[in-house]
Design a protein around this ligand. Structure first.
Ligand SMILES: [Zn+2]
Length: 272
């Protein structure tokens, strides 16, 4: 599932090819994504120019002169750049063609992704207006997180995965950040001390930044003719490692369910 670092890498991978380019053709092959692709999309987008591509949480914001196209990649979605005439792959549901004869294709086997259009600023769309601060911004600081957590009984892992608290931290990076910070994922958010929130803040920023850095080596994949941008294989310390030895202390990594999500942690390194 594309998480924030993958979405950010997608943004960086496609922007140089289509930013400043005018859309000359829009083709929706399959309208049935998580929500139906707006019926007017083809008409609305034809002739407009992409001014920039931004990101908010796990959404990509294609800023045009007429409004913003908002794209979410869902569970299995990916965007890639093709040339006119390149073979269409199964699950290429939506395609934009630009004046420089580049194509932007949305591929999504499971179709949990979505496309939205708004003439208001993208950040004010109903999907985004109540989303918390970006985890890599300065607004996301210890004081903020500590203040928000007081009197909260919810497990710390679910707390940091709550998009109203902070944007775009999914299951993978929540597990990894809590490992780096040495905090047990089930610990009540309201019972985590300020020094531990300090460590958690630093851990969240560090794991996201290092994943984005790792993804930098895949930027050229967005224009490969076979067009399946590899969501990069990143090194994880605990995620998906049930039963394997903790790299820090050697104890077996444990797995529990929290908020119906598989949760991985080291019972020795992560204190309650
Ligand atoms: Zn350990």
């Amino acid at each position: 599932m594309p998480e924030l670092p993958e979405v950010e890498i997608t943004r960086r991978g496609i922007e140089p090819h289509i930013s400043g380019q005018q859309i000359i053709r829009v083709l929706v092959r399959n309208q049935q994504l998580r929500w139906p692709v707006p019926v007017a999309l083809e008409k609305t987008l034809t002739g407009v120019t992409i001014e920039s591509i931004g990101r908010r949480a796990k959404y990509l914001l294609f800023q045009t002169s007429k409004g913003t196209m908002i794209v979410h990649l869902g569970m299995s979605g990916s965007l890639h750049i093709a040339e006119a005439g390149d073979k269409i792959s199964k699950h290429d549901h939506v395609e934009l063609e630009f004046t420089n004869s580049r194509l932007l294709r949305l591929n999504d086997p499971r179709r949990f992704g979505s496309i939205h259009w708004t003439t208001s600023p993208g950040e004010r769309h109903r999907l985004l207006r109540s989303v918390g601060p970006e985890p890599l911004s300065d607004t996301f600081c210890t004081d903020y997180l500590y203040r928000k957590s007081r009197n909260r009984k919810v497990a710390i892992k679910n707390f940091i995965m709550n998009s109203h608290i902070v944007a775009g931290i999914g299951n993978v990076y929540a597990c990894e950040s809590l490992f780096v910070a040495g905090i047990h994922p089930s610990r009540g958010a309201g019972h985590v001390s300020k020094p531990r929130y300090d460590r958690l803040l630093a851990a969240i920023k560090q794991v996201l930044q290092s994943a984005i850095k790792a993804g930098g080596s895949t930027l050229n994949d967005f224009v490969k003719p076979d067009g399946r941008p590899g969501y990069f294989q990143h090194h994880f310390s605990v995620y998906g490692k049930t039963g394997q030895s903790c790299g820090r202390c050697g104890s077996p990594i444990k797995q529990i369910a929290l908020g119906q999500r598989s949760t991985f942690y080291c019972g020795k390194c992560q204190r309650f």
